[in-house]
Design a protein around this ligand. Structure first.
Ligand SMILES: [Zn+2]
Length: 649
């Protein structure tokens, strides 16, 4: 084979069992499977998003690249202290795009989650700061309703229309509504998926008015900052999206879309959904490319495709209603393929890496429902997942059609799978009762945080393990190295190994051990907790953090059993509504779902219609390097997947 190009299309959380389940019903997927190579792929532990987009991009195991879960605890930090891993500076391995650039190839990155701070000198980088980037996400979604109360929702007050200017003569005005958008619910993201950061207040008044009218037999509304229909930011009817509208919040210029979910003036029922809003500037390199992208593809809002997940987990919609908002995923899919098509035709390039953050969110919401005794839940899960598959693979089809020439291999890859959960391990209760975690209450805020001077061991949460507060390593570490450390570590290991679920009598953990025990799984180095563990499928080993815990939540930890139903976590709706997570053993499986990732390759030199049982995610970078005709990234530990390549070609 001569020199080839590649396009990597990352689909976050695509489970190989989903590929099997929906093949035959998703034309663009079928086409790739017929003409290419498909295999489940073993991700790096811990099987989280930053860990494995880094594994894919470096060809290195987690122990080598050092990105463990969503937060790294680094030597010298105090107990409980961490740093976000959406940070290329924390990565200890060379990225595939750096290796390509070093060898004279030019790369385009679109929304690849570990792209910042920039690691390319030449080439094009569009977004990819991390999920819900704090740099260019201006506003989170808003649920605005006259009659429906939801957590963090905004009230739309209806009344007779005031004096509006510039109302077109054909509009028969019915009335108006007003909503204040001063504060907003902030969503965050961690290993459990979408979490709630609480409400933030922004200074100054952000008011939107809607004018409801009949025109040509239809009821519609104009959304405006003031009573001027001529300057309305959107004019839409029920079920319609506004298209991108220019807004300003906190002095930041941004783009967002509005959708009318309900519009019944007679019964006083109006509900509007406002999408996340993204900045105009800052997310494109070389600088100044933003206008060109917006003109050709529309506004860029990082993680827009996760909005249905956020809304579901906040309790804004149930499974059925969620379908009314699923089309936001199509908006992002269209943006992604339009952006790719534009750059492919206007830039010189050899490799393109694109990431679209689905089906992960939907899998968190409903994948576990496939095992639910209630057939309605199983059907809803199936419908939502199939709709997601179709949206994603239509996007894949468009990218292949517009960007991939005869010399281009297309690689569809995911970072991990998803495993159902319905039981919860109350880690803080266990750790506190054993005297390992010590909490203190801030008298001013009334909130509880780990005492880093007296805590002996603490839950690493996201990183699937327990840290020992070691003198000389942790700031204020209080456990002596040597005998004391080993003794405490052994106690912790035995405690969690023997933890069983009173409901079933079965152990809650599959594997618990000293970190050295896991080196054969690519787990090593100073960022791995002293005790490493994997819960069994159906068990969630998770807390919402070690610091700033409110009184009622602390009481809840202390008074609740060691193992309990996940659905009873009343204080954490975003956690209790999880149906599946990706934290278990990298190859954990329950039959209809597994924690394994997915790899599909198609194009020149790729074996046609071939299926393999197992590759590793570290193999993706060396295989793509070989397609590009370059040496793999410097710390690469994977192999070229020869069985995927058609040696006769
Ligand atoms: Zn992920």
């Amino acid at each position: 084979m001569g020199r080839r190009k590649f396009i990597l299309i990352g689909l976050d959380g695509l489970v190989p069992e989903q590929v099997e389940r929906y093949r035959g019903r998703v034309p663009e997927l079928d086409e790739m499977l017929r003409g290419g190579f498909f295999s489940p792929a073993i991700p790096s532990a811990v099987t989280d998003t930053p860990t494995n987009w880094t594994t894919i991009a470096t060809g290195a195991w987690m122990g080598t690249h050092g990105i463990i879960g969503f937060q790294d605890h680094l030597p010298g930090m105090a107990a409980g202290e961490t740093r976000s891993t959406f940070n290329s500076r924390l990565c200890r391995a060379e990225y595939l795009w750096q290796a390509a650039e070093r060898q004279g190839r030019r790369c385009i990155l679109i929304n690849y989650p570990t792209a910042f701070p920039l690691t390319l000198r030449d080439g094009v980088v569009i977004g990819g700061d991390g999920l819900f980037s704090s740099r260019w996400t201006v506003r989170f979604p808003e649920y605005i309703s006259s009659h429906r109360r939801v957590p963090g929702g905004k009230r739309l007050l209806l009344g007779p229309a005031g004096r509006w200017r510039n109302v077109p003569p054909s509009w028969r005005v019915l009335g108006e509504g007003v909503v204040d958008l001063e504060d907003q619910l902030r969503f965050g993201w961690d290993a459990a998926g979408v979490t709630d950061w609480g409400t933030t207040s922004e200074p100054g008044s952000e008011r939107r008015r809607v004018l409801v009218f009949r025109d040509g037999g239809r009821t519609r509304m104009a959304i405006s900052r003031n009573r001027d229909a001529g300057r309305a930011i959107a004019v839409i009817g029920r079920g319609e999206w506004s298209g991108w509208v220019r807004e300003r919040f906190l002095g930041a210029s941004c783009l967002r879309q509005y959708k009318v979910l309900d519009l019944d003036w007679k019964r006083g029922r109006i509900t509007i959904y406002a999408s996340m809003a993204g900045r105009h500037r800052g997310w494109a390199h070389p600088r100044g490319m933003e206008d060109e992208i917006i003109e050709n593809a529309g506004g860029y809002v990082e993680s827009l495709e996760l909005s249905p997940d956020s809304a579901f987990r906040k309790g804004w919609f149930d499974g059925r209603e969620l379908e009314g908002i699923m089309d936001v995923m199509e908006i992002q899919a269209k943006w992604t393929s339009d952006c790719a098509a534009h750059l492919a035709s206007t830039q010189d390039w050899d490799a393109m890496l694109v990431q679209y953050h689905a089906p992960d969110g939907i899998n968190h919401d409903v994948l576990g429902w496939l095992g639910d005794p209630d057939p309605r839940r199983r059907r809803t899960a199936d419908r939502l997942m199939l709709a997601t598959m179709r949206t994603m693979f239509r996007m894949v089809g468009r990218i292949r059609a517009s960007c991939a020439g005869d010399d281009t291999v297309v690689c569809v890859v995911s970072d991990h799978g998803n495993i159902p959960v319905d039981r919860w391990v109350n880690v803080h209760r266990i750790m506190e009762e054993e005297g390992w975690e010590v909490f203190k209450r801030d008298t001013k805020t009334g909130k509880w945080s780990l005492d880093p001077r007296r805590t002996r061991a603490w839950n690493a949460g996201h990183a699937s393990g327990i840290w020992i507060n070691l003198r000389g390593r942790e700031r204020w570490g209080c456990v002596e190295p040597g005998g004391d450390y080993e003794e405490l570590r052994e106690e912790v290991i035995q405690r969690f190994r023997s933890l069983s679920d009173p409901a079933s009598g079965k152990p809650a953990f599959e594997l618990v051990g000293a970190r050295e025990d896991f080196e054969s799984m690519g787990v090593w180095g100073d960022r791995v907790p002293d005790v490493f563990c994997f819960a069994r499928p159906h068990y969630l080993f998770y807390t919402t953090g070690n610091n700033d815990i409110p009184d009622d939540v602390m009481r809840f930890y202390r008074e609740s059993p060691e193992v309990m139903p996940l659905a009873e976590l009343k204080h954490f709706p975003v956690v209790s509504t999880l149906s599946a997570v990706h934290w278990h053993l990298p190859n954990a499986s329950v039959g209809y779902a597994s924690n394994r990732a997915t790899l599909i390759l198609a194009g020149p030199g790729v074996a046609r219609g071939k299926r393999a049982e197992r590759v590793n995610l570290v193999d993706v970078a060396p295989t793509l390097s070989s397609i590009l005709g370059i040496d793999p990234p410097r710390q690469c530990e994977g192999r070229v997947i020869r069985e995927a390549l058609d040696t006769a070609g």
